[in-house]
Design a protein around this ligand. Structure first.
Ligand code: AMP
Length: 396
């Protein structure tokens, strides 16, 4: 019987899961899927590594299944349908590890309690990340669980990159730039030597461009700066998030538009970014298909902000050897990559138009001073690797 590791990435009303079989050094996908609409119209689907459906269930409109009910279904599915595998651990994506956790950690009730401290720092994500850990601790107390943090990879950022220019007592409360998407950056950094060994030892900017978008400056494999800060709302515009705002805008919204914290939260997390600017959609594919002026304005602003942040991250690195694109937009939108690389000509980046249209992996010309790459991310695999290493007694 093969050992297997499950990976869970839980959000407010959904979770994604993957099951990896341990095969020597390899981790092979046995099943992956998701449960969605947990409190409105729950649906569960699981597919095998080749994409064939293994299990599908819909509970119907108005059913409140919740995380616990969906987890019960997942555990039942794993028991029945994957009887040839023995589950040896579960790895969880946890958005916030604060200043304390710079590596994955095996969780028990006391660690979950410690991680609760970070709920105020990530109220939209942390409670949902912790809920399935707690539920599994109750249901299957013997099953080892590992928390893998989106902030951990960025703990190597120098203090000056973590600080806001705020009074010390506020900074002392943990109001710092943490950076997110760390599991994605860590994965990309782990495979970059196969593509570009020189850059992997040098200065790289990775652009994780998806529904959530951020960029990270990496020197010799370690994060030194991120566009995301205290929360995952900072930096680049995203599908529905505003990205960086002048703090004066928030004061204006409160004073003049009489918006309270919850209304502003909704505005900056759910109604802004590509969706807000275009007035059409937060989905890049829909915008690229559209002729509407709003769609063009949204893509223009997105590309412009990526270019500005690139300059800032190159300054933090003191130069750049390679630019890497990853995540849904970064991996799939040749036109966006072409624009970003074209705008980066001043850095010595010469895009290879044909290679970019083909999707890379190398999308710069042989003469280009700065190399550009398309490297698919794999956060689930990173979590599975961390889980295996942590359970084997390694440092994650
Ligand atoms: P992610 O959050 O990484 O899944 O990325 C989701 C984003 O990737 C959405 O904005 C999608 O529209 C975008 N995306 C996915 N495929 C494509 C594609 N072929 N062309 C342009 N954008 C895409």
């Amino acid at each position: 019987m093969a050992d297997a590791i499950a990976v869970l990435n839980a959000g407010s009303s959904s979770f994604k899961f993957s099951l990896f079989a341990l095969d020597g050094e390899d981790l092979a996908v046995v099943a992956r899927g998701q449960a969605e609409g947990l409190n409105t119209s729950p649906r569960f689907v699981a597919r095998d590594g080749a994409g064939a459906t293994l299990d599908e269930k819909a509970w119907g409109e108005g059913v409140k299944l919740g995380h616990d009910g969906a987890l019960d279904h997942l555990v039942g599915f794993l028991r029945e349908r994957l009887a040839g595998h023995r589950l040896v651990g579960v790895g969880h994506r946890v958005v916030h590890g604060g200043t304390e956790y710079s590596a994955p950690v095996r969780v028990d009730a006391s660690i979950v309690a410690a991680l609760e401290k970070y709920v105020p720092l990530a109220p939209l994500h942390q409670p949902h990340n912790l809920a399935p850990i707690r539920a599994l601790l109750q249901r299957l107390p013997q099953l080892p669980q590992v928390a893998c943090f989106d902030t951990a990879f960025h703990r190597t950022m120098p203090p000056v990159a973590q600080a806001f220019a705020l009074p010390r007592e506020i900074t002392g409360r943990g109001v710092l730039r943490y950076g997110f998407h760390g599991l994605s950056y860590e994965y990309v950094a782990s495979v970059l030597p196969r593509f570009d060994a020189g850059a992997a030892r040098g200065r790289v900017v990775v652009a994780h461009l998806g529904n959530g978008s951020s960029m990270c400056a990496i020197a010799d494999g370690r994060s030194v700066a991120s566009t995301m800060g205290f929360t995952a709302a900072d930096g680049l515009p995203m599908g529905t998030r505003s990205g960086s705002l002048d703090p004066g805008v928030v004061l204006y919204l409160m004073d003049e538009l009489r918006m309270d914290a919850r209304a502003i939260e909704k505005l900056i997390y759910q109604q802004s970014g590509l969706l807000g600017v275009s007035g059409i959609s937060g989905d890049m594919r829909a915008l690229e298909r559209s002729d509407a002026p709003g769609a063009k304005a949204a893509i223009d602003l997105y590309a412009y902000r990526i270019g500005r942040e690139l300059g800032s991250l190159v300054a933090a690195l003191g130069g750049i050897d390679a630019l890497v694109f990853t995540a849904g937009i970064g991996e799939n939108s040749a036109s966006l990559r072409q624009r970003v690389c074209g705008d980066a000509a001043w850095l010595g980046l010469a895009p290879d138009v044909q290679a970019n249209a083909r999707g890379g992996p190398c999308i710069s010309t042989p003469e280009s001073r700065v190399r550009a790459w398309v490297i698919p991310t794999n956060e689930e695999l990173m979590i599975a690797r961390h889980t295996r290493r942590t359970l084997a007694g390694g440092s994650g």
